[in-house]
Structures are given as C-alpha cells and as structure tokens.
Ligand binder design. Structure first.
Ligand SMILES: NC(=O)c1ccc[n+]([C@@H]2O[C@H](COP(=O)([O-])OP(=O)(O)OC[C@H]3O[C@@H](n4cnc5c(N)ncnc54)[C@H](OP(=O)(O)O)[C@@H]3O)[C@@H](O)[C@H]2O)c1
Length: 244
C-alpha cells in the first residue's frame, strides 16, 4: 500500500485520482482549499478523514499545508494537481507554479513526484529571457510551461527519484467545462499510474506523458539556464530555498 498526497483533491481530476487510488487500497491524503470545501468533501465522500486544508494562492497557507503534510511523514508519491485557469495573472502564477515549487521544497522527499501540466503549455512563454520576470502577465499556458520546466529542474537535481509531468487531456471537469471532448477516465489514469505502478515505464524521470505514453513538449522546458532562472525567481518570491 502506498501513501499518496494529492493537491486540489476536493474536485475534478484530483478527486477522481484520489478515489481511484483508494479503491486500489492505497492511503490518500487529500487537500481542500478551506474548511467549507473540506466539509463538502466529507459529506459526499465518507473515507475522507485525512483532508488537509490550505489556499494555494496564499504563501503562508502553502507553508502551513507543507508542515501539516509533513505530519504524515514521507509520502511515496505526491501529485501536484491543483490548478486554476480563470484568475488573475498573480494567482495563476502562485497556484500553478509557486505552490508546487514551495510544496516540493518544503515537504519530505517523496520517491515519486507528479506535476499536472497541460498541452496548452505548448503555446506558452516562459518570460525568463526578459530582464524582469512579469508575474503580472502570466497566462495559464505560460504557467503550465513553467510547471513543466520546474519538473525538469527537479528531475535533474534528484536523479534517483521518479519526477514526471503530464497532460490529462481536455476533460469535462469544472475547469474543462461540460463540452470537453476527451475521456474523463483517461484524464486521471496517467497520474494514478505514475503514482503507484511498478512498471518500468513509470520508473523514469523528467518525462512528459499523455495517456500513459511519452508525449511532445515545449523544448524550452529542457533549457537548464532558464530552469535556474525560474528557480531563482521562485526562491526570491517565496524565500523558500531549493537547496534544502
Ligand atoms: N480539465 C481539463 O481539461 C484540464 C486540461 C489540462 C490540464 N488540466 C489540469 O489538471 C489539473 C486538475 O484540473 P481539473 O480539471 O480537475 O480542475 P478543477 O475541476 O477546477 O479542480 C481543480 C482543483 O484544484 C483546487 N484549487 C484550485 N485553486 C486552489 C487554491 N487556490 N487553493 C487550493 N486548491 C485549489 C480546486 O479546489 P476548489 O474545488 O475549491 O476550487 C480543485 O480541487 C489542473 O492542474 C489543470 O490545470 C485540466
């Protein structure tokens, strides 16, 4: 039985991945943004006594969430799933990029780290070539490119761990909308597979998957100089060090 933490598991793909993993017999620690969302989750989902709270748009709450998560010891896998699409540029950067950075640095080291990116990252810009890093111009696509870049940087640093990213497909969740064309089940099975499978195919690092297969990604994510700049920005903004 593996122990897994999933950010943003009160709804959508995070909730579905949590349910799938629990049905397989794994222990899942879930996460909701606040007490109200936690209560709603408990009402519809009996097995959810292990639910942490924290608003990922607030740095102090991200730090507290990491501390609370560390109360469960080391997780076998962490799925960085929480994400937002329709929000201010600042919140998009904080929730989609800075929170995964801070949680990764502050939580005890899991053997497997999984970052839920998006194929929209292919149309994103890193903004890292610029003199100043414009978090106030951040789009969703930009944030998902930066998240993939972070994943690659972590994979380069901790090369004995399995650290990967994925695109879940355009699926009908609150974010994807009712008309989303892709298969909802396929939308969470890759992160579940990366979290617990013993297949050789998941014991890799720095890869980007779509529906259980490696997929094409924005090659800028492999640029180690840009990765270093991104890490430096995250360190500066959060005061959380990468070299713990
Ligand atoms: N759906 C798609 O078509 C699609 C496509 C590509 C990538 N993705 C990615 O897949 C991941 C999951 O998306 P989804 O479709 O499942 O979205 P969703 O249904 O909107 O669920 C997002 C989850 O993240 C949580 N969250 C958002 N902002 C938060 C905050 N500030 N603090 C704490 N929790 C927060 C949400 O909590 P609340 O319930 O409280 O809002 C919810 O549990 C995201 O990273 C998304 O970018 C989705």
């Amino acid at each position: 039985m593996a122990k897994i933490f999933i950010s943003g598991s009160s709804d959508g793909l995070g909730l579905l991945a949590a349910q799938s993993l629990m049905n397989m017999g794994h222990r899942v620690v879930m996460h909701a943004r606040n007490e109200e969302r936690k209560e709603a989750l408990i009402k519809k989902f009996a097995k959810s006594e292990n639910i942490l709270i924290g608003d990922l748009s607030k740095q102090n709450e991200i730090i507290r969430l990491a501390e609370d998560a560390n109360g469960f010891g080391k997780f076998d896998a962490v799925i960085h799933n929480a994400g937002i699409y329709n929000a201010s540029a600042k919140d998009i950067f904080t929730v989609n990029v800075l929170a995964p950075y801070m949680l990764t640095c502050l939580m005890q080291a899991s053997q497997r780290l999984i970052y839920v990116s998006s194929d929209m990252h292919l149309g994103g810009q890193s903004h890292l070539e610029k003199e100043t890093f414009p978090t106030n111009q951040m789009t969703y696509s930009d944030s998902k490119l930066l998240l993939l870049m972070l994943c690659k940087a972590f994979a380069n640093k901790w090369n004995k761990r399995y650290i990967n990213a994925l695109h879940p497909g355009w699926v009908p969740t609150k974010m994807g909308g009712k008309g989303a064309p892709d298969d909802l089940k396929k939308g969470y099975e890759t992160q579940v597979w990366l979290a617990v499978s013993e297949e050789a195919a998941v014991k890799v690092s720095g890869e980007y998957f779509f529906h259980l297969k490696k997929s094409n990604y924005h090659k800028q994510a492999d640029d180690v100089e840009l990765q270093a700049k991104l890490i430096a920005h995250c360190e500066k903004i959060s005061a959380v060090q990468f070299n713990l």
